[in-house]
Design a protein around this ligand. Structure first.
Ligand code: NDP
Length: 471
């Protein structure tokens, strides 16, 4: 251990500094950074005021996936009848599910604290703020550190309209005492469409209210069209091009008034209208750390802020707000600072999934983004998976490859369908390795699967970007 400690660069360390690195925020980014840095022999402190593991573990990805799975069982129980099972889904017990979920999440969250301690990091369960560029106030203590990392994440925001406080945000959705009968969700990003699927799957009536013509702005258009169809098939009422004006209450009921004069009645109004960086009250100004107008911390490729020995990573920087990006950044920064392995995380070709029913997963460029760069061959297939020939459930798969015409390189793979996240994770390796369509064609499929369609698409659906290229 002693020689590992000696490897730590002590150039910035002044007398009386207790830590080589102090991390503010014990979420995905902060815990990974603290744990790996401590493993490299650095003296590390990590402060977390709310819950270890942060948003993802406690009020994000992990409990969300459990909710998605809870919702799936209802559909599976119905589908089992198509296979000869004499099953009738009963009532879903929200309270029993919540207790089981809370128990699992508490265990996972505690393991994040234990991982840090096992690696030798000092943990502080208090709010921390910068007093100057080398000093952090943690509760009553003043701590000096050679380097400071800000990994405080973000929080969901509401629209600034009258009555907005009558609606909940995703933080609250995990602790509802009962399942609402009618839910109005505003937004059509990740959180909105995932919770629309969750509540619909559990038996709630869902209205999805959004300002775009299609949900999931920024994703491939074919995926967006297919998602709108899938939401309708699930019974979700879509309100595209809608603008909320106000929320009012009468007793427990809520009324969401829209600009077109219509009013949506609901038991729960749910704002899924984006997130903001957690930088208020952190002392960033005092320490001289620059932020964007939104409050997000400005960083360079090496995650340095405007103060060279102060770093920021994860959602607080508001670049690509995904847990695996945050953890990868934490790992890379620890290796760079203390592990003799300088590197940074590329934000190109980051695969991502949206846990709708069925889920979406995607890696690389959409057709439109590829076409903007030059001609692109598009391979597209839509089909009913084998299972649903027996269940009769309206659940079609969409699979799509976007290929650079000139080089044959696969630039994007997109899927809506069962197991899409599991399938696209593997394809992401091929795409990052620079696989061409001919590499896909030479790969033998696994039969019978949906995944095999990705290696058996032989007929071009269209060539995109030709007009742009000609012009
Ligand atoms: P998103 O940024 O994905 O979506 C925000 C939604 O709110 C969009 O539909 C947006 O519309 C709408 N919106 C924003 N401002 C307004 C406005 N003034 N009026 C009307 N509508 C508005 O944020 P989310 O809250 O869904 O999620 C936050 C982030 O968390 C995501 O970006 C993602 O990075 C991460 N996340 C990842 C998940 C995963 O990996 N599966 C799951 C959940 C979250 P418009 O599109 O028109 O801007």
């Amino acid at each position: 251990m002693a020689d590992r400690v000696d490897k730590v660069d002590r150039a910035d360390r002044a007398d009386g500094e207790e830590f080589d690195l102090f991390v503010i925020g014990g979420g995905s980014a902060g815990v990974r950074l603290g744990r790996i840095a401590a493993g490299h022999g650095a003296r590390v402190g990590v402060a977390e005021a709310r819950f270890w593991g942060g948003t993802c573990v406690n009020i994000g990805c992990v409990p969300k996936k459990l909710l998605v799975q809870a919702a799936e069982y209802g559909a599976w129980a119905e589908d089992a009848r198509g296979f000869g099972w004499d099953l009738t889904p009963g009532k879903h017990d929200w309270a029993a599910f919540r207790a089981a979920k809370d128990h699992a999440i508490a265990r996972i969250s505690a393991s994040y604290r234990r991982m840090l301690e096992a690696a030798g990091a000092a943990v502080f369960e208090e709010r921390a703020r910068l007093l100057d560029a080398h000093t952090v106030a943690v509760g009553e203590r003043r701590i000096r550190a050679a380097r400071i990392a800000i990994a405080t994440g973000g929080h969901p925001t509401r629209l600034a309209i009258p009555g907005a406080e009558l609606g909940i945000v995703s933080d609250d959705a995990f602790f509802l005492p009962d399942r609402p009968r009618r839910v109005a969700i505003i937004g059509s990003g990740y959180i909105a469409v995932e919770f629309a699927g969750i509540f619909a799957g559990l038996g709630s009536e869902v209205d999805l209210v959004y300002r775009q013509p299609l949900p999931l702005r920024g994703f491939d258009t074919d995926l967006r069209v297919a998602l709108a169809e899938a939401l309708v098939a699930q019974g979700v009422r879509l309100h595209p091009a809608a603008r909320p004006l106000a929320v009012t209450a009468s007793g427990a009921a809520r009324h969401l008034a829209l600009a077109d004069g219509s009013v949506i009645g609901a038991d729960l109004v749910f704002w899924a209208t984006g997130r903001s960086a957690n930088t208020a009250g952190l002392g960033l100004e005092t320490a001289g750390v620059a932020t964007h107008a939104s409050g997000a911390v400005i960083v360079d490729e090496e995650l340095r802020t405007s103060i060279p020995h102060v770093y920021a990573l994860g959602d607080v920087t508001d670049r690509l707000n995904l847990t695996p990006v945050a953890t990868a950044e934490g790992h890379a920064l620890a290796d760079t600072l203390f592990g003799d392995r300088p590197r940074h995380v590329s934000l190109a070709n980051v695969p991502t999934a949206i846990f709708t029913a069925p889920p979406i997963a995607t890696v690389g460029l959409s057709e439109a983004a590829a076409a903007a760069r030059g001609p692109a061959d598009v391979y597209l297939t839509r089909f009913t998976p084998l299972r649903h020939h027996l269940t009769g459930r309206a659940r079609r798969v969409l699979m799509k490859l976007v290929v650079e015409s000139a080089s044959g390189r696969v630039l994007g793979a997109h899927m809506l369908g069962e197991d899409a996240p599991e399938i696209i994770q593997g394809l992401a390796v091929a795409i990052i390795a620079g696989a061409t369509k001919s590499d896909f064609d030479h790969t033998i499929g696994i039969h019978p699967t949906a995944a095999e369609e990705f290696v058996t698409m032989r007929t071009k659906t269209r060539v995109a970007g030709l007009a742009e290229a000609a012009g």
